[in-house]
Design a protein around this ligand. Structure first.
Ligand SMILES: CC(=O)SCCNC(=O)CCNC(=O)[C@H](O)C(C)(C)COP(=O)(O)OP(=O)(O)OC[C@H]1O[C@@H](n2cnc3c(N)ncnc32)[C@H](O)[C@@H]1OP(=O)(O)O
Length: 399
């Protein structure tokens, strides 16, 4: 490990840190205008810098909260803008930043952290695991026909770009976060989203769905066509809803938009039944499945006790090389979770526990891949039921 120290950045150092992050991702530095456009996007006292004595690395977070299996919520640190200067990589700088971040989260009583990873090999060693995955889909709009039993949905009204920007926070906040892994949107996130939609080269529209009790869903999209006569694509930017009427009503609207050949959506929940809306499910193709939310249980005991479980008792032995105090045995049941000395049914590392935690993977599948060790099939069957959730986890917010 090279000689460097990690500390909180002063506000006058944050632009240099943002530029460092952007260069690390091969993105141009911000102009003065771009920097001032996102001045509201930085939560004070959440950006770390590594110095040797020059600034050589950075990592940031936002305060949020996450929905857990069972419907409860817990504070969460949403980690982003992680980067190390190109001439200082592979010397332990990220490791130092991760350690300092976890110490800060623990000191503030934040038991979990989440991030979206630029590469799949970086964060497992720090105890992050793929807790939520997502699919990107494409619909052949000319051939897709709704099945007759699909709900007709409620009323749709359209917002233009300015109204979208103005109403986005209240639209999102008013909807229930219906899946484990969904997070509250910090006010610091909206300026970045605004910047993104303002850069769109075609009109941005939001369709708002109203059911009997008021607004219960919205979808923001653009329609892009390379040139006159070329295929045009309706691209969904964000789609949130509170239930099946809004889900079906918004899809009905999207498929009714004129001058569109295909409809695409990225990072949708894995089990969202879009293809089941249509007479021929093959008119919806899954383009890819990707990791979405990477979760870290910073305080394993607190997090294990915060979610609900189904079925019989399972004792797990957790090994957490990066945050040693989490290592140990935990007894999980419908009554909650507590440390125990009973013999373990399963052995997992901290990153694999993160994968199990929101119900995104079955223990038996993780065991097949060698990531879970179990005393036998019966223990795995109990663990599958215990961690299982009614719907798949999904973060649904990019940060
Ligand atoms: C949430 C987000 O913001 S995601 C964005 C992350 N940032 C980027 O992708 C920008 C480009 N990359 C970078 O800035 C850096 O390479 C980082 C931040 C990914 C890694 O920083 P480093 O300081 O090099 O990491 P560090 O030296 O602490 O590495 C620790 C270990 O992880 C390994 N590692 C780190 N990054 C990678 C990687 N991208 N691929 C494979 N292994 C990696 C190292 O080899 C090292 O392994 P070891 O302990 O066995 O020796």
């Amino acid at each position: 490990m090279s000689d460097f120290s990690v500390r909180l950045l002063r506000s006058d150092e944050e632009r240099a840190a943002t530029d460092l992050f952007r260069r690390a991702l091969h993105v141009k530095e911000m102009t003065d205008e771009e920097w001032s456009a996102i001045s509201g996007s930085r939560q004070p006292s959440r950006a770390l810098g590594a110095f040797d004595p020059e600034l050589i690395g950075t990592a940031r977070s936002f305060d949020s909260e996450v929905t857990l299996p069972g419907g409860g919520t817990t504070p969460l640190a949403a980690v982003s803008l992680v980067g190390v200067r190109g001439d200082r990589t592979r010397r332990g700088v990220l490791t130092g930043l991760m350690r300092a971040q976890f110490e800060d989260f623990a000191a503030r009583g934040v038991p979990a952290a989440m991030l979206h990873a630029s590469e799949g090999t970086i964060y497992g060693r720090f105890g992050y695991g793929i807790a939520a995955r997502a699919k990107s889909i494409e619909i052949d709009r000319h051939r897709a026909r709704f099945r007759p039993e699909v709900p007709v949905g409620g009323e749709i009204s359209l917002l233009d770009l300015e109204s979208t920007i103005e109403q986005w926070p209240s639209l999102f906040d008013a909807l229930p976060r219906i899946r484990p892994g969904m997070i509250a949107r910090s006010p610091y996130l909206w300026p970045g989203y605004e910047r993104e939609v303002r850069r769109a080269t075609t009109p941005v529209a939001t369709a708002v769905h109203r059911g009997p009790d008021g607004v219960d869903g919205y979808v923001t999209y653009t329609v892009e066509r390379a040139k006159f006569g070329a295929q045009s694509e309706l691209k969904i930017q964000s789609f949130h809803h509170a239930g099946s009427a809004a889900f079906a009503g918004l899809w009905r609207y999207l498929l009714s938009v004129d001058l569109v050949d295909r409809v695409t959506a990225e990072k949708r929940p894995l089990d969202e039944p879009i293809e089941l809306l249509f007479t021929d499910p093959r008119h919806v193709t899954v383009q890819n499945i990707q990791d979405e939310g990477w979760l870290r249980l910073v305080d394993v005991a607190t997090m294990l006790d915060a979610r609900t479980y189904r079925g019989e008792v399972v004792v797990i032995e957790v090994t957490d090389p990066f945050l040693e105090h989490n290592s140990g045995r935990y007894r999980l049941s419908g009554d909650g979770a507590a440390r125990t000395t009973e013999p373990a049914d399963l052995e997992v590392r901290a990153d694999t526990l993160s994968m199990l935690y929101l119900g995104g993977w079955r223990a038996s599948d993780l065991a097949a891949a060698g990531r879970v060790r179990a005393t036998g099939e019966a223990a795995l069957e109990r663990a599958d039921l215990l961690f299982g959730t009614r719907v798949n986890p999904w973060c649904g917010t990019f940060f």
